[in-house]
Design a protein around this ligand. Structure first.
Ligand SMILES: *[C@@H]1O[C@H](CO)[C@@H](O)[C@H](O)[C@H]1NC(C)=O
Ligand SMILES: *[C@@H]1O[C@H](CO)[C@@H](O)[C@H](O)[C@H]1NC(C)=O
Ligand SMILES: CC(=O)N[C@H]1CO[C@H](CO)[C@@H](O)[C@@H]1O
Length: 500
């Protein structure tokens, strides 16, 4: 009898504990919801301040190069259906090389999937690529999605949505042209068939074989026939003479990894890009949208032909750490942390800025077309960071960061309306501005949802200093990601247009 009574007491105790824990959980999630709502309100207010007056002239933007059709499928479903991972082994060797056969494809995918890192790979083996597309096409109609793709068209559409006047340099088929808003002017010929990019999307927590994805992301495969040639460059150069944009955006050069074995061809095309950039008036701003580059030689060619002639760079955290390695140590890096600390990202941005500034000062006398880098925008899952030279031509850095953060959520959740309950806040209330000791900390709160500050960056042997402004905006991370491919293009474009 005594034992039973004792048991009863224990049960009541457990019920009580469970009850308290439920209330505590509810309290915590209410607090998180409250914090999200406060930040959302703050971001929306800053975004609201960006509205152009009805009489203001629309900014003129030109975007190059190329277009493609995106075929999006569920990564794990697709691979489970057609390609069973025979041995769950994963090596970064396959991550850096191109994909020639099924086995290399699976190994390479496994590597990025496990790291939650975005990747874009060329499949030089045309037979394999055709097989993959054929297999994707016979999947359940509701499970596959066709979109207009390519960095340039996606950014172009985003610019139009933000009220800009847009010129796009791209070849596209009769089928694709109607998908592009009519207002966009097109420089480039009609082609018979668009290149297809196969996009394997996965969500945070999706499982494949023994692996689990830490965040939503995608793995892209291509076997492009048109884009690597950048055929529209000359036509865009011609059109630019008339059009005279405020901003010229260069993107889509990553498909040139198709020319791995004929680098001479690539160099000739990149010289055309260089010529386009150097022939613009100095008050036209140039932006280069970075991408998933793995081939060192292509990166070195970018450093020679493209990077010296742009004012602004846009990229994600993987691309940032890759670019820093290339500039500083002449080598590439593979997938890195999918959710890097703000301090770490800012330090890498400073380093890239320093390297490019040093390049500029070393060569500016010999090559007067060189430009000083004045803006770097890095987008990550959890935040947007924009660095600009203080008092440069780039306006509204804070609003641009807020805008980019809101676009990130809206895009990935596929919803214009932001519901605080669909949000995961990844950031803490404050962050260090550098991993260096005694770096100042910034708070992110209702009073200041997008912290900005000015600081001096030193570079060169004679330690020149330059004042920059840095703004960091929190991303209200979408809990259930709908689409990640193309997010970077929307995000970068919405940040850029806010700064014109
Ligand atoms: C190309 O892919 C096909 C189909 O998967 C395969 O049979 C062939 O061996 C691959 N070729 C090379 C060179 O790997
Ligand atoms: C893919 O399908 C699997 C199984 O149906 C599902 O668990 C997973 O969340 C899906 N992923 C995406 C990105 O839709
Ligand atoms: C959320 C968002 O703004 N998404 C847009 C991204 O860009 C494409 C076009 O490139 C639009 O269709 C989306 O609406």
């Amino acid at each position: 009898m005594g034992a039973l009574k004792y048991m009863g007491w224990i049960t009541s105790c457990s019920v009580f504990t469970a009850f308290i824990s439920i209330i505590w959980q509810a309290f915590l999630s209410l607090q998180a919801l409250n914090k999200t709502t406060v930040l959302l309100t703050g971001l929306l207010a800053i975004e609201g301040g960006l509205k152009r007056s009805a009489t203001a002239r629309a900014p003129k933007v030109a975007v190059g190069y190329g277009a493609c059709t995106d075929l999006q499928i569920n990564a794990t479903e697709f691979l489970d259906t057609y390609y069973k991972l025979r041995e769950p082994k994963m090596s970064s060797d396959f991550a850096s090389n191109d994909v020639n056969n099924e086995n290399e494809l699976l190994q390479s995918f496994a590597y990025y999937f496990k790291n939650g890192a975005a990747a874009e790979r060329v499949i030089a083996n045309g037979t394999l690529f055709k097989q993959l597309i054929a297999n994707a096409k016979i999947m359940d109609k509701e499970r596959i999605h066709w979109y207009m793709g390519g960095n340039a068209p996606l950014m172009a559409v985003r610019f139009v949505m933000e009220g800009a006047d847009v010129l796009l340099g791209a070849h596209m088929s009769k089928k694709m042209r109607p998908l592009l808003p009519k207002e966009i002017r097109l420089a480039g010929d009609e082609i018979v068939e668009d290149d297809i990019h196969l996009i394997l999307e996965y969500k945070a927590g999706d499982r494949w074989g023994p692996y689990e994805a830490p965040r939503a992301n995608r793995y892209i495969l291509h076997n492009d026939k048109n884009n690597p040639h950048l055929r529209s460059v000359e036509q865009l150069t011609d059109a630019l003479k008339q059009y005279q944009p405020q901003l010229l955006v260069v993107s889509g050069l990553q498909m040139m990894d198709m020319f791995k074995f004929t680098p001479g061809v690539r160099e000739a095309r990149l010289r055309q890009v260089q010529m386009q950039l150097t022939s613009q008036p100095s008050d036209t701003l140039h932006h280069f949208e970075f991408a998933s580059y793995v081939e060192l030689q292509l990166l070195q060619q970018l450093r020679q032909f493209v990077l010296p002639y742009v004012d602004s760079l846009g990229m994600n955290e993987q691309e940032l750490s890759n670019l820093r390695q290339v500039l500083q140590h002449g080598r590439t890096t593979m997938a890195t942390d999918w959710n890097p600390r703000i301090a770490h990202t800012l330090d890498q941005m400073r380093q890239v800025f320093i390297n490019l500034m040093e390049d500029y000062h070393a060569h500016k006398q010999a090559d007067t077309h060189r430009r000083k880098i004045s803006r770097i925008h890095v987008h990550t899952l959890a935040y947007q960071a924009i660095l600009t030279i203080a008092d440069s031509k780039w306006k509204n850095t804070r609003a641009a960061a807020a805008k980019a953060a809101l676009t990130a959520h809206r895009y990935v959740c596929k919803s214009q309306f932001i519901n605080p309950e669909a949000v995961l806040l990844v950031l803490d209330d404050s962050f260090a501005t550098s991993a260096q000791e005694q770096a100042p900390r910034m708070r992110m709160n209702a009073a200041n949802p997008v912290p900005c500050w000015k600081e001096y960056i030193q570079f060169g042997k004679d330690l020149q200093r330059i004042e920059v402004e840095i703004c960091v905006a929190p991303v209200l991370v979408c809990r259930v990601a709908k689409k990640t491919a193309g997010a970077g293009d929307n995000i970068s474009a919405s940040g850029l247009v806010a700064q014109l």
